[in-house]
Structure formats: structure tokens, C-alpha cells
Design a protein around this ligand. Structure first.
Ligand code: F6R
Length: 615
């Protein structure tokens, strides 16, 4: 989502801000801009362009003539107002320029009040309203810090601001509430401001995260003044920026997504090594999570999008093996329905970015009721990680492609570890041992599944010409069917739905004709779901659907015996625990290859953001 970079005291600020913005491209954006106070003219110079950073870079090089030591840059993901140059950030008057991540909820009232005071507005954004309020105070002689303090006290909503002032070229101000904002410092003591550590990784080696309500003044001479929400001086702890927080290269792959798909055997192995020891003598050593499983009789799992599907898989696992009831909900619904939370419930919050606004709000709700909050998160320095009682990192490494792949399978690996730990602590050591042994083979099975990419190219070619795709699954593969459909929608822009196969005849079957492509996730299983889904496939086939079946060797044999003449794609033998990870691979490949055929922007699909920091 929107990204912020701010610099003070660095030489060559223009190029450095552009470098910082390029690092933020992976978050998803639709326009970009920057503002600097030029040293020669003393003017506040603002440049903004719709579309890619390359447009901004081109214009910046032709427009900025003088050097500047303080500046801010922004990538915008439109919320209020279209993704145009006018609506891009920074918003500025001749006194001040401001960039913003977040949403100002009372902007309509504030706008009315400004219009009544004779201030005209040039954009449709909530952000311009805030900038105009600060500018009005500055024009009345109010000092920058006080102007920012007075303005933020009258706004409702979420924000991370970066602000430069014409009359104070030696300083930028950052302020945050709800949206993350960090300060960086390099070895020479030069300061920077960024929406995450990735933005700062090129010009800082340490980072400090601002807290809600903080306002920070960053000076070119390296001094830093942070005031907390009550206006008291505050210090925020510095921590080193790790190598994992800098943008990796594509290592020869055409897209980050493909690289990240192929990284999964090693990312899963890294996750497993951290959490589960090699089982021997009927025991398995497990990393202690700190969760009191013996005191737990209910689990609440909250997440969004792909992370939510990882949570749904865990519901099947925990209920079947540990007999613990699990409630799973999307964070945007959960946070507003003020649900009662079971007395001995543990809250699990799953997120790749750790910054998803709705998931964070749900965590705060459950934490305030006094429950243990666990987060499964890929960015251990994120806001969710800082606010949870227990942090279980996924060790997937920075995920750059907007569509989540390796973080998703790593989330499921952490959930499987939690199940194994829960069983051990709840006196079911034998089952815990058996499941650990079984799950520790999953990285090798994923490696085999990765060999199937070539075999899916023809199917993807057909899918790229279709209008609708229906993914069918049962049991633990029902969430994977939904994940397959989500991947297909977001990457190829083709309409796709994931359905519980048994539910198909309660409605969606009406859509089926020869134009409908159906992908059935259909491994042979001991639980008997294979035979059930085969019946559902027959129902779809009888109505003319174009069926493709993903199964294992035994499944293929049975399908051939039943003379069900559909294309079959073979995957390694799977169990309830390994199947969701194995069958995620063809879901990722099909979406990737279909999008490739359609020539769309695979790593940054339209309208999407990597880090969804607004609700
Ligand atoms: C889909 C995808 C999204 C995210 C969702 C939650 O490929 O990436 O659906 O899963 O926006 O994001 P996180 O996991 O960062 O909370």
C-alpha cells in the first residue's frame, strides 16, 4: 500500500528518495511524488506523476536543479480520489508539503470547515485537507511542531505523515497513529523516515519504530526530537536493520513470484528446522512457543485473504487431531461484530506483512479482553509482532511479489508445528510424534510438486481464454480451492471461485455449462472424501464443464477404472497434514502461468497492495 520515504542531511536527496521509492514499489501503488526544499532558490519544489516511479524519476531529473538536504517521497495507492497526478502525494501549498498513509475519517467535516474559511482545495483527497489545515496555521505564524500537534488533535482516522516546510529546510516532521512509521539512522548519524524498514534499508543501518500518537522532528544535523501522544519527550529503541529487510534480486527468474514459488522447499525447511527437531525414540523436540495448550479449550484465528485460508486449514487440523474447537474469521468482519471470546481461547493472528489494519484491530480487541494473542508473521519487526504476546515468525524471507506464495505455505508449516506442540502438551505424545514424522517430509514433497510446472502449461493456456474457473475441494483442500481461486483472480483478472465440492449443487451448479472450467483437487485419502468429490466431478461433467483433476497415483488409478475421461495431473501422495501445502503449488503455478499468457503485471497486479494498512 502507500509508502513513505523522508531524508534529512543526506547528500543527493533526489536520487536517494527515488531509490527509496523504488524499494517500496513491491507494496503496490498507482502514482508517486516527492517534495524538497531547494537550497539555491529556497523554494518548495513538488513533483508528482501518475503510474510508475520511472515517470517520476524522469521528471525529477529534469526539474530539480539545486541540491536539497531535506525531502519526502511517496507511493500512493488510491483510497479517496482516482489515481491521478492531482491526487498523488505530496499535497502542498507554498509553505508546506505533506505525504500520508492511512485514511482521515472525518475529512468531509474538516473539508467543509476549510471551505468556510475561504481555503480552496485542489484534489479529492483526505490528505490535502490535513495539509491545508497545517498550512493555514503556518500562515498565521504558528510554528511547525505546534501546527502539526494542533492539526492531528482534530483528525479522526489513521495516519503516518511525512512533512517538509519551506521555512525550515533543515527539518522534516513525521507523525503516526494507526499506520506504521519508522526512523532510520546511518553510521554518520544522518536521519531518515520510512513507512517500513525496507524503505530505509538503503540509507540507514538502524531503525526505531514510532508509537501511536508520536510526532518526531528530524534535523539535518542528526538531532531527533520525539514527543509522545501526551506531548512528553520520548525515546524509541534503535534496532539494527537486518539483511532480510533489503530487497533481494530475482536470481535469474522472470518474476519475483516464480522465484518465491521455487524457494518453498527451502523456506519450509527453514521454518521446520526452527520449530521441530528430528524425531527419535518415539519423541520429538519442539521449540516452546510459550502457549499454555493444556489450559486452552478454544482457538480464535483471525486473518485476511490468503492468510485467512491458512487459518481455515488449521481449523481442520486442530479440530480433527487435538479436538480443540476453532473459530476462524476474516478480520474486517470479526473486528466489528463484538463477538464473545471463549474463556480459555487463544487468539492466533496470521499475517505476512504484520501490518494489515483489520488484523491488527482484531488483535487489539482480543488482547484487551485479556487473552493470549499469538501472531504468525513474516516480518518480525512489524506492528502485529510488536503488539502480540507470542510471536511465531514464518522464516519465509522477504516476499516481494504482491501475491503471497511462500509466506502462505510457511504459515501452514507454523500452524502444523503448533498442532504438534499442542498434542504433546495435551498428553497425546504418540500422535504428536507421528504427525511430526509425517510433516517433516513436506519440504521434499513440495520439491517433487515443483516438477509439475511444465505439465500445467497447456491447461493454463486454456484457462487464459476462459471467463470463469471453479475450483472444487473438500476437507483440508477446500481452503486451498479458495486460495487457488483467489490467486487466479488477482493475477490473471479472470473470474474464479473456490467451492466446497459438496456445496456445488446448492447453487453454483446452475452456472455450469461447456464454458466453465473446473479444477478439482482430488487426492486419494483414507477419510473417504476422494469418492465424494469424484461424484461431484461427475455432476459437473454431466453438465458439460471442462474438468481438470489434480490427484495422486492411487487417485489416478481409481479414476481410470471409473473411466472418468478428464485430464489428470499427478501430485505426490499426501495426508491431511501435507496435502494443503502440496496442492498449493499447482494453485500458484496455474495462476502464474495463466497470468503470463495474458501478459499482465505479475508481481504487481492492478489495484492490489502488498501491505494493506488501511481498513
Ligand atoms: C493474496 C494476498 C492477500 C493477503 C492479504 C493479507 O495473494 O497476498 O490476500 O494475504 O492482504 O495480508 P497479510 O498476510 O500481510 O496480513
Amino acid at each position: 500500500m502507500c509508502g513513505i520515504v523522508g531524508l534529512v542531511g543526506h547528500k543527493d536527496a533526489v536520487n536517494k528518495i527515488i531509490d527509496g521509492l523504488k524499494k517500496l514499489e513491491y507494496r503496490g501503488y498507482d502514482s508517486a511524488g516527492m517534495a524538497l526544499v531547494e537550497q539555491n532558490s529556497g523554494e518548495l519544489c513538488v513533483i508528482k506523476t501518475a503510474g510508475k516511479i520511472a515517470n517520476l524519476e524522469h521528471e525529477a531529473h529534469s526539474k530539480y536543479k539545486g541540491a536539497a538536504e531535506a525531502g519526502i517521497g511517496h507511493t500512493r495507492w488510491a483510497t479517496h480520489g482516482k489515481p491521478t497526478k492531482e491526487n498523488a502525494h505530496p499535497h502542498a501549498t507554498e509553505l508546506v508539503a505533506l505525504v500520508h498513509n492511512g485514511i482521515i475519517e472525518n475529512y468531509a467535516d474538516l473539508r467543509k470547515s476549510l471551505l468556510a474559511q475561504g481555503i480552496s482545495l485542489n484534489s479529492n483527497t483526505d490528505t490535502e485537507v490535513v495539509m491545508q489545515m497545517i498550512s493555514l496555521l503556518l500562515s498565521k505564524g504558528v510554528a511547525p511542531l505546534e501546527a502539526v500537534q494542533r492539526t492531528v488533535s482534530s483528525i479522526r482516522g489513521t495516519y503516518a505523515f511525512g512533512i517538509v516546510f519551506k521555512q525550515h529546510p533543515e527539518m522534516i516532521i513525521g507523525a503516526r497513529k494507526g499506520s506504521p512509521l519508522a526512523i532510520g539512522v546511518n553510521a554518520d548519524g544522518k536521519l531518515s523516515l520510512g513507512s517500513d524498514a525496507v524503505a530505509l534499508s538503503g540509507f540507514a543501518n538502524q531503525v526505531a519504530y514510532l508509537e501511536d500518537g508520536d510526532i518526531a522532528q528530524l534535523y539535518t544535523n542528526g538531532s531527533l526530537n520525539i514527543l509522545d501522544k501526551d506531548g512528553n519527550k520520548a525515546a524509541r529503541p534503535w534496532q539494527p536493520i537486518s539483511k532480510d529487510q533489503s530487497i533481494p534480486d530475482k536470481k535469474g527468474y522472470e518474476h519475483f513470484m516464480l522465484k518465491e514459488i521455487f524457494e518453498q522447499p527451502s523456506t519450509i525447511a527453514d521454518t521446520l528446522i526452527h520449530y521441530i527437531g528430528r524425531p527419535s525414540n518415539k519423541t520429538v523436540n519442539i521449540h516452546p512457543s510459550g502457549i499454555s495448550w493444556d489450559q486452552t479449550n478454544h482457538i480464535t484465528i483471525i486473518a485476511c485473504g490468503t492468510s485467512y485460508y491458512a487459518g481455515l486449514v488449521a481449523k481442520y487440523w486442530f479440530e480433527k487431531y487435538a479436538r480443540i474447537p476453532v473459530e476462524v474469521d476474516v478480520a474486517s468482519e470479526y473486528r466489528y461484530r463484538t463477538p464473545p471470546v471463549h474463556e480459555k481461547s487463544v487468539g492466533i493472528f496470521i499475517s505476512q506483512s504484520g501490518e494489515t489494519a483489520d488484523t491488527l484491530a482484531a488483535l487489539r480487541y482480543i488482547r484487551n479482553l485479556g487473552h493470549t494473542c499469538v501472531t504468525i508473521v513474516n516480518i518480525p519487526t512489524s506492528t502485529l509482532a510488536r503488539e502480540a504476546n507470542v510471536v511465531l515468525p514464518t522464516f519465509a524471507g522477504l516476499e516481494i511479489s504482491v501475491a503471497s506464495t511462500k509466506a502462505f505455505t510457511a504459515q501452514m508449516a507454523v500452524l502444523a508445528y503448533m498442532l504438534i506442540e499442542a498434542l504433546k502438551m495435551r498428553n497425546d505424545a504418540d500422535l504428536s510424534f507421528e504427525l511430526a514424522k509425517e510433516f517433516l517430509t513436506v519440504d521434499a514433497l513440495i520439491l517433487n510438486a515443483l516438477d509439475t510446472m511444465q505439465g500445467l502449461t497447456q491447461l493454463a493456456k486454456k484457462l487464459s481464454e476462459t471467463k470463469d474457473v471453479l475450483y472444487l475441494g473438500r476437507g483440508v483442500l477446500y481452503p486451498i480451492a479458495m486460495e487457488g481461486a483467489l490467486k487466479m483472480k488477482e493475477l490473471s483478472y479472470i473470474h474464479a471461485e473456490g467451492y466446497a465440492a459438496g456445496e456445488m449443487k446448492h447453487g453454483p451448479i446452475a452456472l455450469i455449462d461447456k464454458g466453465m472450467s473446473v479444477i478439482a483437487l482430488c487426492p486419494y485419502d483414507k477419510e473417504g472424501l476422494f469418492h465424494k468429490i469424484v461424484s461431484n466431478i461427475c455432476e459437473a461433467k454431466a453438465r458439460g464443464a471442462q474438468i481438470s483433476i489434480l490427484t495422486c497415483k492411487k487417485g489416478r488409478l481409481l479414476l481410470e477404472e471409473a473411466e472418468l475421461k478428464c485430464p489428470i495431473y499427478l501430485y505426490p501422495d499426501a495426508t491431511q497434514l501435507t496435502a494443503p501445502l502440496i496442492y498449493s503449488i499447482p494453485m500458484q503455478f496455474l495462476a502464474y502461468l495463466t497470468a503470463l499468457n495474458r501478459g499482465v503485471d505479475i508481481d504487481q497486479p492492478r489495484n492490489l497492495a502488498k501491505s494493506v494498512t488501511v481498513e
